[in-house]
Ligand binder design. Structure first.
Ligand code: GCV
Length: 654
């Protein structure tokens, strides 16, 4: 194996040499014992250890107050520090595992930890979805939208023999609380379909590598599997033969992987097969699979990313943003309990800025899983340093029913899933700083109220240690990086403007006359998509109040989403006081200046972090700067030429 550079938990901790006692029997407790031994702790069998793990019910023996452990769930723990000793009282074995990683986090920070920390995950389902292909896809490669080399699971047509890397990955994921991983792409091609059948022994090996770290394996499956794999004439979900085929296939999977998590399904979307071919709807399709999985405790993550990708750009009535709601909201209440309708955070596709998807608040009688994207498909391909936790916090904090209602994090009852960003790259994520996104996703899935800056501190301490200059420098690079990226790319929530297919770099009209339904409608007078109820596609009306009215009106729509909801003249004045055209010029010049500042911040860290890592980031930053300039000049030039309105400050535009 080539050398792998650290993500977090880089090795040495101040706990080395301390004594440890882990009470109880469970394979996850064995993982705690083994990991602690690797960190240089010494196991002892008496009550005098420096670090003690004890079931919550027995915690009183170590003077942990009942109030701290009462009602701890299976993944919960309390860390109590008394008289120089640390006691981790756990609700279940998984709680002990997560408690161990909390102890490591505290140790890495070298800060005085509070006397008692009680922790429970906010949600039961905390998942990562890999878009890894088994065979190298002629267009999408080994990992679709992957920017970190090959797959850690598969190599050119098969499951890897050596899964050491997967074991290390699983440990890192456990340290951030992830408990489910889907190992293959939601676009299930012919080769990948066979993971469900022929490849089961190899898939079971991956499950075995994840299991010691409390992670259950999921598979993406093709809805047409009965035809593709079973030679059946149909995949109609109401056909008894099809149902039996799935029942048998699922039983077979559980024979090989008793703790199998379930299926992820992309159906009737971007060419993937689905129930529409048989005149059935998505509830029919999802429930059929759910009923095969239910007896074994399995789940179906059924994706709501359904829209017409063969749209005619001349047709201004069809609106891709509306599609998921139009398909799914009427089905609310019809999905079985073990179906999770998985919804991308925005109505389009993981854009730098989109409103939150209205499907999530619309489906109150459905378990909805919020889907985020850690891999930087639309945020700079892990060539740009873009820390996404601030974006995710905004999404999670959105209150769909207004100030008095719940946050989105509470409304999406079916947990969180996100598209993973790692590969077999020596730094795991291509751009070493993109590791922070994976770390932050896990931490926010566990506790959506964590502060992105605090999460970043944790990641820095666990990865680079406690050098104050490193900490300050990385914050300077990452804290506002999402807003910087937004500043020099598509303006005011208008979306896309990226190069078709690979989605990197600017192409203002790249998708303007395409069938994908992602338009901006810029002409000589103005720009934006009219999605109002009054004169547009009506998308704004898919929101509950107060948002339907807020987005509908030019008086109240937030500046950053103006062009998502409205078509306005370039001279339209924003709430900020600037005109749209001047905002475009200003933000693009500012965005590049900010990237220049970031490059200087990183250069100043030479010598303070590992040289090879510094080189890798520097190399990426040269590209980030080149790309930001390209964005600035193409966007500014395009709008100067369209509008004929000069920059008030007379800066150079081409
Ligand atoms: C896996 C976007 C991406 C596709 C991806 C799709 C999805 O369209 O560009 O690569 O396919 O979303 O989420 O299913």
């Amino acid at each position: 194996m080539t050398s792998i550079h650290p993500m977090w938990l880089t090795g040495d901790t101040p706990l080395r040499g301390r004594t440890l006692q882990v009470m109880g029997e469970h394979r996850l407790l064995d993982s705690v014992r083994a990991d602690a031994a690797e960190h240089g702790l010494r196991h002892v069998d008496d009550d005098g250890a420096d670090l003690v793990f004890v079931p919550a019910a027995d915690a009183g023996r170590f003077a942990v107050a009942d109030a701290h452990v009462d009602g701890l769930g299976p993944e919960g723990f309390a860390v109590a520090r008394t008289d120089g000793r640390t006691v981790v009282a756990y609700g279940g074995a998984a709680g002990a595992l997560y408690g161990w990683f909390q102890v490591l986090r505290d140790a890495a920070a070298h800060e005085d930890a509070p006397p008692v920390t009680r922790c429970e995950p906010e949600r039961e389902l905390r998942m990562l979805d890999h878009w890894d292909n088994v065979a190298v896809h002629p267009v999408m490669g080994q990992v679709e939208r992957g920017y970190a080399g090959g797959s850690i699971f598969f190599d050119d047509g098969r499951v890897r023999e050596d899964l050491t890397r997967v074991e290390r990955y699983a440990r890192l994921l456990a340290a951030i609380g992830i408990n489910r991983v889907a190992i293959n792409n939601v676009n299930v091609h012919a080769r990948e379909a066979r993971l469900l059948t022929d490849d089961l022994p190899a898939v079971a090996r991956i499950a075995a590598a994840l299991r010691p770290w409390g992670i259950r394996l999921h598979l993406s499956v093709s809805f047409a599997s009965p035809m593709l794999l079973g030679g059946m004439p149909t995949a109609d979900p109401l056909d008894a033969g099809v149902q039996q085929w799935w029942d048998a296939a699922v039983a077979h999977v559980y024979g090989a992987i008793p703790d199998f998590g379930g299926f992820v399904v992309k159906a009737d979307s971007e060419g993937q097969p689905g129930p529409f071919a048989y005149g059935r709807d998505h509830a029919d399709g999802a429930n059929m699979l759910a009923r095969a999985l239910a007896p074994h405790g399995g789940l179906v993550h059924w994706r709501a990313f359904v829209y017409n990708h063969r749209q005619d750009w001349r047709d201004r009535k069809t609106d891709r943003a509306r599609a998921a709601y139009d398909h799914f909201a009427p089905l609310d209440g019809r999905f079985d309990d073990n179906v999770l309708v998985q919804v991308k955070y925005g109505p389009l596709d993981f854009q730098t800025r989109e409103p939150v998807s209205p499907v999530i608040p619309a489906m109150r009688d459905t378990r909805v899983t919020l889907e985020l994207q850690v891999t930087q498909e639309y945020t700079g391909h892990q060539r740009h340093a873009v820390y996404l936790a601030p974006q995710w916090r905004e999404i999670l904090d959105f209150r769909p029913f207004g100030d008095d209602g719940p946050r989105l994090a509470e409304v999406a009852r079916g947990g969180m899933a996100a598209v993973a960003n790692v590969g077999d790259d020596a730094y795991w994520t291509g751009h070493p700083l993109a590791q922070a996104n994976l770390y932050a996703y896990g931490r926010l899935a566990w506790d959506s109220t964590l502060d992105p800056a605090v999460i970043l501190d944790e990641w820095i301490a666990l990865t680079f240690g406690t050098d104050a200059a490193v900490r300050r420098g990385i914050h300077a690079v990452l804290d506002d990086s999402w807003l910087t990226y937004e500043a020099h790319t598509a303006p005011l929530g208008v979306c896309f403007m990226v190069n078709p297919h690979h989605h990197y770099g600017p192409s203002v009209d790249g998708y303007e006359y395409s069938p994908w339904g992602t338009y901006h409608f810029a002409d000589r007078d103005g720009i934006g998509v009219d999605r109002t109820v009054a004169t547009g596609t009506g998308f704004a009306g898919q929101y509950p109040e107060p948002w339907a009215s807020t987005y509908e009106s030019l008086d109240t729509v937030p500046d950053e989403l103006l062009l998502f909801f409205h078509h306005v003249p370039y001279t339209h004045r924003l709430h900020s006081g600037r005109t749209v055209i001047q905002h475009i010029y200003d933000t693009h010049f500012e965005g590049v200046q900010r990237v220049e500042g970031v490059v200087a911040e990183w250069a100043a860290l030479r010598g303070a972090v590992d040289d090879a890592l510094h080189d890798r980031v520097s190399e990426r930053m040269s590209e980030q700067l080149r790309s930001a300039l390209e964005w600035r000049d193409q966007i500014n030039t395009y709008f100067l030429r369209k509008s004929g309105i000069a920059d008030e400050r007379g800066r150079e535009i081409y």
